[in-house]
Design a protein around this ligand. Structure first.
Ligand code: ZN
Length: 49
């Protein structure tokens, strides 16, 4: 099984169970945080208008 983000083979059992490498998991977690922040600000903008 390979990491869907960087396409490298997943070596550790944890990575295989999660289906993603630890580095990319951290990256995605940060991206999701940003997305959530954007969504919140976007929703606030909508409600203000
Ligand atoms: Zn990866």
């Amino acid at each position: 099984m390979n990491c869907p983000i960087c396409n490298r083979p997943l070596k550790s059992k944890k990575s295989i169970e999660r289906g993603i490498g630890p580095v990319c998991e951290t990256k995605i977690a940060k991206l999701k945080d940003k997305e959530n922040e954007n969504q919140i600000s976007f929703e606030n903008e909508l409600s203000e208008e």
